[in-house]
Design a protein around this ligand. Sequence first.
Ligand code: SF4
Length: 98
Amino acid sequence: MPAAQADPALVVRRDGAGPATSSESFRSWRREASCRAMGCEVFFPPEDEPGRERAAKAICAGCPVRLPCAVHALVNREAHGVWGGLSPADRERLSSHL
Ligand code: SF4
């Protein structure tokens, strides 16, 4: 997809000047989220409950906005919770390769 037509929720700023996703684009992809009407407890499981993390990842696997969600969490360095099917440990591993 040409840059001029790129989804603004997926544009990653490389100048370090701030988060890549605006609050407007954040709200736009959140409207399509599979978890929109769910409680946060599934997506912010305690570390000693891996079953809840797996449950969250299973929901994310079928979510139509998984990619912008994961990008949002990576760019904004979300320290907690499952975003886009990625746990904090998953994001840390990915970030170490960027
Ligand atoms: S990818 Fe997961 S956490 Fe992100 S919006 Fe979809 S269901 Fe929610």
